[in-house]
Design a protein around this ligand. Sequence first.
Ligand code: ATP
Length: 481
Amino acid sequence: MMSEQLTPSIIMNNRFGHGVELLLAHMNMEDIITATERLYQLEDEQEEEGGLSFEEEGLSQEEMDDNEELGDSEGSGSEPNEYVKAADGIQYGSVTDLLSFVNRVSNMQSAALKHTSEEVGVLLNKKYMIMKNGRYQINMDVLLFPWKLTYKNRGSGLIPKGSFGKVHLAQDAVSRKRMACKLISMENFKAADVEFQARFHHENIAELYGVLLYDHSIHLFMEAGEGGSVLEKLESCGPMREFEIIWVTKQVLRGLEYLHSHNIIHHDIKPSNIVLMSDKAVLVDFGLSVQMTEEIYIPRDLRGTEMYMSPELVLCRGHNTKADIYSLGSTIIHMQTGSPPWVRRYPRTAYPSYLYIIHKQAPPLEDIAEDCSLTMRSFLKRAMERNPAQRSSASELLKEEAINPPREDQPRCWSLDSALEEVTLTLLRQQSENHDTTQESSLCSENSGHIKRKGSLYIDLGALSGVCKLTVTGPPSSEYG
Ligand SMILES: Nc1ncnc2c1ncn2[C@@H]1O[C@H](COP(=O)(O)OP(=O)(O)OP(=O)(O)O)[C@@H](O)[C@H]1O
């Protein structure tokens, strides 16, 4: 059995021997057979290919080239076997490498990994996660911090906590990239927790950077929503204004349009699973997601969060991607009013479950905010249509007037944008008439920056974060030396 006192070099030298001892001591026979089969299969593959290869899926040419170098320099082909390697170190790899790592880890008895004192895992992103001497150590190469979302009325050191995980802010010591790191205990980890984020890439889906197993917890490193979740914003700043809701809704719909085009149901659309960045919002938490293989998904269990669930999901007789659209409708009601649907009419204290109410009474159009615009109200009716076949899809909703308001109805900053743009263009025209090239170039650069921001709520969110005293306190740079 691997002793905790062994120095890293001894562990390296005895890696293969200790690995076998560990397997024998802690795995059951079935695990050993699976592992052995995998070992021979891998050896065969390596012999055929003349060495260990990375599947290049999801990697840029540059990364693929780097992988080749990595393979040479680290002598990956000469490792005793990949089974031991993948459970006994860190490697840069492709999505396929990562998925095979998480599958192996989630199938192993947790006792077999209990004594792994070093990080093991697969990193997808070489630009942000910089390995040193074949290692990527927690609290050395990557530092973890509690989120310090200093929204008003909130204490510091808040760690957003879900039912199975907790999410820290992480920073790579070399690249300085800030990431979110979700910790899931081995007992609760399942491959689905990473599968969708690893396989599917879209700007409105939090990008997965790598997965490590350390200290008996799975660490998922991903794109960080430094502005916190929509739920945190609601809890601290109260109901959102319609132009903010429109902005978030559009981002979520784009993410859903992409997921649904791949027949993926997210299954848990709600304010805490939408996180904010300065220029976009992304979906997180794919632990309940499912990729449909048929028109209708027949669930074996109830998936989702009650208050946001559609009536067909509650019924458990089969549903499809439209269930997410309904949950988005519930989420919009929460953003408008500060409470999820139902709870103001049926207080939680008196109603321990809302399933029956949803089944009998959905959709909860009475919960739509009183000051909701007519177009948003009609959007909500389409999104929360009781019959999923008649409910609009993400692509259809993206074309709705409610989320594409006419220019004159845009929020003030948009008008400010437009006004600035018009003034700048007029000035530019005048300047070019006068041939004053010096001023023209300075105006040009200002203008291009301005145009880049146009169409996003860049200014609003910045201003908003000021109003809400939203800051993410990063680590003092002195901590990195
Ligand atoms: N990439 C991220 N960036 C910023 N915050 C995040 C990120 N991922 C998750 N969070 C925050 O951490 C909280 C918990 O994460 P997550 O929902 O993934 O865990 P969970 O255990 O599956 O939660 P639940 O079961 O309640 O949905 C989220 O509500 C969100 O506030």
